[in-house]
Design a protein around this ligand. Structure first.
Ligand SMILES: [Zn+2]
Length: 74
């Protein structure tokens, strides 16, 4: 059974409180200090860093990049 943890964080764009749900095991089994999760809000992708105690350690708006083919590189 997948255990879900509910986390609250403010959107860096509209400042509204977002209620987000993450898979608990992703954080508990992680060896990293910060765990990145992405959500969609304000029509943007937002990156949320969550530490091992399920505390939000930062939010960032993510920009879109375009994948180019290897042959496009000069
Ligand atoms: Zn927002």
């Amino acid at each position: 059974m997948v255990e879900i943890k509910k986390i609250f964080s403010n959107c860096p764009l509209c400042n509204k409180t977002m209620s987000i749900e993450i898979e608990k095991d992703l954080v508990l089994n992680s060896k990293k200090h910060l765990n990145p999760f992405v959500i969609e809000h304000c029509e943007k992708t937002i990156l949320i860093h969550i530490d091992g105690n399920f505390k939000v350690r930062g939010t960032q708006v993510v920009f879109n990049a375009i994948i180019t083919n290897k042959t496009d590189i000069n």
